[in-house]
Design a protein around this ligand. Sequence first.
Ligand code: AMP
Length: 222
Amino acid sequence: MNKAHKHFLVFMGPPGSGKGTQTDMLAKRLKIPAISAGELLRWEIRNKSLVGAEIQKKMNSGRLVSDKIIREVMEKRLKKPDTKNGFILDGFPRHAKQIKDLEEILREHHEGEKDVLVFYIYISPVEIRRRLSNRRVCYACGSSYHLEINPPKKKGICDKCGHQIERRKDDAPTAIARRLKNFHQENDPLLEYFSEHNHLYRINGEQSIEKVREDIIRDLKI
Ligand code: AMP
C-alpha cells in the first residue's frame, strides 16, 4: 500500500463529544485501529498491570495520568504491526509534551510520518453534562452505553458479555467538573498548535451521529 493510503488521525473533543463512536466507525471503514488512550489505561487497570493501581487512583479522581506512563502505554500500542497503515487516536496527545511524544513515536516507528490530520468535535457544556450523566460502561469488556440513546437490551446488563454495567467513576458530577476544567485548560493551546502545524477540521458534535460521520468522511475525502 502506498503512503497516500495511510491515515494518521487525531480526534479531539470534550468528554462525551462522541469521539469514541466516530473513531470506531471510521476505523472499520479505513481498516486501521482506533486507539483510545482512556481505554488503554482502563485495560492496564483491568489487567492489574504494574502501573494499573497508580492509573486507577488518578483516573477515579478525574486527574491526568503522568506523561511517563501514558507515553509507555501509547508507544507499546503504536508500534504494533496493525498500525502500519495508520491509526486513529482519541485522548492522546493532550498537551504540548504529549505532542512531542507522539512526534517521537512517529519518528521511531512510522518513518517520521508528519501528515497528521486533526479533527476537533465540539459540543456545549450543557450537552456534555447531559450525555455523561447518562453514560454507563462495562468494566469487564469495555462496552459503552447511553441510557437514552443506546441502552442495553436488558436493564443494567452488558449486551456483549453479560456483566453488570455501571457509571464510570470519573462520570460522577465532581469528576466531570474537574475533567471539563482540565479539558479547557489543555484543549485551547493544543488547538492553537494544531491549527498552525497540521490540518485541523472542526466538526459540530451536536448533530446526529450519522451527520457527524458524513462531515468527517467529506473532510477526509474517502
Ligand atoms: P477518557 O476516556 O479520554 O475520558 O480518559 C479518562 C481518563 O484517563 C482521564 O480523565 C485521565 O485520567 C486518563 N487519560 C486519558 N488520556 C490521557 C492522556 N493522554 N494523558 C493523561 N491521562 C489520560
